[in-house]
Design a protein around this ligand. Structure first.
Ligand SMILES: [Ca+2]
Ligand SMILES: [Ca+2]
Ligand SMILES: [Ca+2]
Length: 332
């Protein structure tokens, strides 16, 4: 029965890799078997520049350009047709470090812009281009081996998960812990979103404003520094001022709800000189039924996806995203 389930899944994977480029210029190279072997480290490699990463083998995994759906644009710079992958285990957690080229740090997803101040109070609108062009960069890690052919999924997003901060050091973010079963990517159990859409009901204005209102220039609002206001705060607004489209919950305890299994995967990131470096980690076994239980010595079939300035429909949408072929992750 398992084989019957695997065959259609493999076919779907081939469609992912093969679709989207109708130019038909060059055939895909034959599949290459790539193995990433996790190292055992003596301390937690949770920082993007932790020195211990220097002793962990880095493997470049190809992202065939033919896996990008072009829609008339260049999805990523040509140098980004591979992802560098490292893996390590420490304290019963799997850490993975990813590096890839991207010439734009896209984090202005659905922001608000002041369009008029002539009436005394500012009028906001979602930037006219925002719904079309302003999304965020993302990374998706898919582990095979879940029941029914599903894949365990770590979904890192440069704005709506990476900026979520918990605790006092303010340096750690998240990747959303999810499950992929074609064609759906769904959040693990837990009813609290990792970031909150900053829209006031169905009205054309933000719900949350930073304590400094018009003076704030960051791309995400930390809720601990923000107020939820029924009336737009007055003072100091000018045409072109911007309010972020997303709010992070950070250390504020006022948000009720079960965080649950979707909050299991932590992240650190750096964007510098046209390159992302992202470290993701999670316990090998969370005990949650929507996560793959990993164990020492195991071989895990793994696949990666990256996006450039993309909305949430990572898999169902075809543009601005690319996938690797499956590779083997070997745990120490
Ligand atoms: Ca980008
Ligand atoms: Ca989970
Ligand atoms: Ca999961």
């Amino acid at each position: 029965m398992k084989k019957l389930l695997i065959v259609p899944f493999v076919l779907i994977c081939l469609v992912w890799v093969g679709c989207g480029d109708d130019k038909g210029t060059e055939p895909d190279p034959p599949p290459v078997v790539v193995t990433v072997t996790a190292a055992a480290l003596a301390s937690a490699p949770d920082s993007v520049n932790y020195s211990g990463w220097g002793s962990v083998t880095a493997t470049d995994i190809a992202v065939p350009l033919s896996s990008w759906s072009k829609r008339g644009v260049t999805a990523l710079p040509a140098t980004a047709n591979s992802i560098s992958v490292q893996a390590a285990v420490y304290d019963d957690k799997l850490y993975m470090r990813f590096r890839w080229a991207d010439d734009s740090m896209n984090v202005w997803r659905a922001y608000w812009e002041v369009s008029d101040v002539s009436g005394g109070d500012p009028l906001f609108e979602t930037h006219s281009n925002s719904l079309i062009t302003n999304f965020e960069d993302q990374l998706l890690v898919l582990f095979s081996g879940m029941a029914g052919g599903a894949r365990d999924a770590w979904h890192w997003r440069a704005l709506t998960t990476a900026t979520e901060q918990v605790g006092t050091n303010g340096t750690s973010g998240f990747a959303e812990d999810m499950t992929y079963l074609s064609p759906n990517l769904t959040s693990d159990a837990g009813d609290l979103q990792i970031a909150i859409d900053n829209q006031y009901g169905t009205f054309n204005r933000p719900t949350y404003f930073h304590n400094t209102t018009s003076a704030f220039t960051g791309y995400v609002l930390p809720m601990s520094e923000s107020d939820s206001l029924d009336i737009v705060p007055s003072g100091g607004w000018e045409i072109g001022d911007i309010v972020p489209g997303w709010v992070t919950i950070d250390s504020v305890g006022s948000m009720s709800g079960d965080r649950g299994s979707r909050w299991d995967t932590r992240a650190n990131m750096l964007y510098s000189s046209g390159e992302y470096t992202v470290v993701l980690w999670r316990p090998l076994s969370t005990g949650n039924e929507d996560d793959l239980a990993m164990s020492s010595g195991e071989h895990i079939t793994t696949k990666l996806g990256i996006t450039n300035n993309k909305d949430f429909s990572f898999i169902s949408g075809g543009s601005f995203q690319g996938f690797t072929a499956d590779f083997t992750l070997i745990l120490p």
